[in-house]
Write a protein that binds this ligand. Structure first.
Ligand code: MG
Length: 263
């Protein structure tokens, strides 16, 4: 399939595996973004990672040489906070890290790490200090209060420096299994929620004017398809290319550095 960016105005992309890998910028990514920006494209970034707040991500962008102030940056923690706020769920039992807590509190939500009957929702993200007690308390809130069960992102694993480790999806699955109840919503990709939220924040009312670039078929490309966007798969990150027969990106590039082929 062919794709031209001529008729596009907004270019959204994933971060890890697209512009950086771990703590290193992907070769050519910075120049590619500068080029797109000079051509007038609006650039946005959508990551499933909930461990950092948007401020934390901005600092990471800056530290790797990407000028964060020029971009719209959304993560699943922010998306979860907006979802809860918009649904008027303000008293939250949280399992997660500081970045998620910050995002919930930025939306004026009250965050509790103790269970009680006034809590209206459970929000669970990546928590590298997840315990049986936290799961038991969240389970009580879901079953006793009939609370909404909101997960930040479904990623089962996360590539740490030397091995794969459990991701947020592993904790969500454990809680769902214990409760015998699926989450009411998981905000992160492949749900199109974050992509739609990005377009809204970038004042783009037509998703066909946008393209989404990612390295994972099962999350990024599927989210783009779910949001009615053209999609570009780059092959610089985690590959799940065995899914390529069922989840079809509009176009495939080796790397973001080759994006000028489509302009
Ligand atoms: Mg990625």
């Amino acid at each position: 399939m062919t794709l031209s960016l001529q008729e596009k105005t907004h270019i959204l992309m994933d971060c890890d595996g697209v512009i950086w890998k771990g703590n290193q910028a992907i070769p050519g990514a910075k120049e590619a973004l500068e080029n797109l920006e000079s051509l007038g494209y609006q650039l946005g970034f959508v990551t499933n990672n909930s461990s950092l707040s948007r401020d934390g991500f901005s600092q990471k962008f800056d530290s790797l040489g990407f000028p964060s102030e020029k971009y719209v940056i959304l993560n699943s923690g922010y998306g979860a906070a907006v979802y809860l706020r918009d649904n008027k769920l303000t008293k939250i039992f949280m399992i997660g890290e500081k970045g998620l807590q910050d995002e919930l509190e930025y939306q004026d939500l009250t965050v509790s790490e103790n269970y009680h009957q006034d809590l209206q929702a459970v929000c669970i993200g990546w928590d590298r200090k997840l315990t049986w007690t936290k799961l038991a308390d969240a389970m009580w809130v879901i079953l006793n209060n009939n609370s909404q069960f909101v997960g930040t992102n479904p990623d089962n694993s996360f590539p740490s420096v030397d091995r794969l480790v459990p991701g947020a999806g592993a904790g969500i699955a454990a809680l769902a299994n214990a409760c015998g109840k699926d989450p009411d919503i998981i905000i992160g990709k492949p749900n199109p929620y974050l992509l739609n939220l990005s377009l809204k924040e970038m004042n783009c009312s037509d998703s066909t004017r946008a393209v989404f670039i990612g390295d994972r078929l099962s999350t990024d490309i599927l989210a783009g398809i779910n949001a009615n966007m053209d999609t570009i798969l780059v092959q610089t990150g985690i590959s799940d290319y065995h899914l390529k027969k069922t989840i079809l990106p509009t176009y495939t590039l080796d790397s973001l550095a080759q994006i000028d082929q489509l302009i």
